[in-house]
Design a protein around this ligand. Sequence first.
Ligand code: GCW
Length: 608
Amino acid sequence: MKAWLSRLTADLPSSLTSCEDLARFELAHAIPSVSFEFQHDPALGEEFRISRKENHAVCIAGGSAGILYGAYALIRNFLEGNSLPDHLESSPRYSLRMINCWDNADGSVERGYSGQSLFFQNGKLSYDPFRMRELGRLMASVGLNVLCINNVNVHFPAQLLLEDMLPDAAALADLFRPFGVRLMFSVDFSQPMRHGIPTADPLNPAVLSWWKETAARVYSAIPDLAGFLVKADSEGRPGPFTYGRNHADGANMLAEAVRPFGGIIVWRCFVYNCRQDWRDTMTDRPKAAWEHYAFLDGTFADNVILQVKHGPFDFQVREPVSPLLLGMKKTNLAMELQLAQEYTGQQIDLYTMIPMWKELFEELPEENIMSVAAVSNLGNDENYTGHPLAAVNFYTYGLLAWNPAIDPRKAVSSWVNLTYAFSPEDERTLTDLLLSSRRTYEKYTAPLGLGWMITPHTHYGPNPSGYEYDLWGTYHKADRNAVGIDRTASGTGYLLQYPDDLQRKYADPETCPDLYLLFYHRLPYSFRMKDGRTLIQRIYDDHFEGLAETEKMSRLLLTLPFPEPDKTVISDRMQRQLHNAKEWCDIINTFFHRLSGADDLHGRVIYE
Ligand code: GCW
């Protein structure tokens, strides 16, 4: 077993058929010295309650999944060297805690950085049952309960998941069931058109009946399928706009089809104009999600969940929380995160996400956000995540989705402990290093809320003008005087999508936190930051600091006693990260130096 469960040595037998069986098996192997009793109470569902009996046995009460989650909570605790608690009660904050895989039927993974698909090969479902059990264990051990196995960009033949591939998909669902994991499928909105229906118009009765029949067939094969995930009218995908319908029309039609089976429709809100003209200053991409969805608040069926990317752009290192997540109070929402390190170092550079997620979760309202989803960072590499240390993101995502109040340090050190069983000092070193890695990456790439200075399409390495005159709507408009976009009321007006208190916080560059400064404001290089430095000096300083921190990180990391093969992989990727950090630092500083003509106050090397 790879990753954090390496200390659960027993291979899982294929004969396990229920959560209770699995819980019993895991406890007997991980904590053989203690006897456990289960008290099955379906009303508790995923919640668990742990208590000590008079005979010293530990009792776990819960629904089937609750018993399993209770067992893993005890095991994690025990393997970390803590004594078994006499009392522990816990229930998940979010009811759906999802992993979205962007796996294609040909075996490739969109934005995948750890090998090929775990589920598909050559146009078919094709998986190793042993690895599926490992994956189920990885998910269950941190409380993740829904797995969408195919890409939201549903390329043919993945559509066949609902048809020819269904028997194999049902067998896969059987494999995950004992882990409390339900499958989900991404569907193509225009799918009825492959079956002789001339339209995919959501208000056309023939379209609805096709989806109803399809849902009936799919649910008879997989009765506990979580539902369908849909990317519509986004980056070339088909959707209701073709027929002059809105996204509530589209989502509600599908919701009606899956409703008899208890299914849900997860509908993504990543809709924007990806054919923008850079000369057009009225269109501002971060405004797009709000413009497409806010007016529909309250019109979605109760088995629809809108899945909103955490920020208004697209998984940049630092974005403010999406205004949709704050504003759509009468709609079920899920926040979407991305474990796959598309813009955040591609599982070459270290980038531990939990500090970033914590900032986001702290902003969320309590009421209507009932689910979280994360784009998977897994592939068929031996260690699942390419970079062995990238597994910390999968692990801590699970813990956070269960309990967003968790302390990031505790979550990260728990992963370090379970994965490597280092001495306390080495555990602390690695934990510190992981916790600071996001800030370091931010400094050497595009700090102060800039984002998007990355190489187009591949999204690795610097290219400060790469997206500048392009059609994706992601501009910084740096010229010889200033950089950034004014998104306040006097600019594009994006900020007006927020509640008043947040508008006040960000509207004035004097009070706007530095980390978001250039996201909200266009400022001259001579602008005085709160600490007295000029903006241009701060840009230089951040980049030099980011590089210096990476060099320090590399020295420290290589002193740690990683076992092989992790040691070699980590050291190889660290070299590549060093190279990347230097490229970013040199290219971005040179770019701004050439534009601004301002020298670095400390006379460090900036290239002409
Ligand atoms: O950022 C973009 C990615 C696409 C992805 C899209 C999305 C699945 O570059 O690869 O497509 O986001 O989230 O739909």
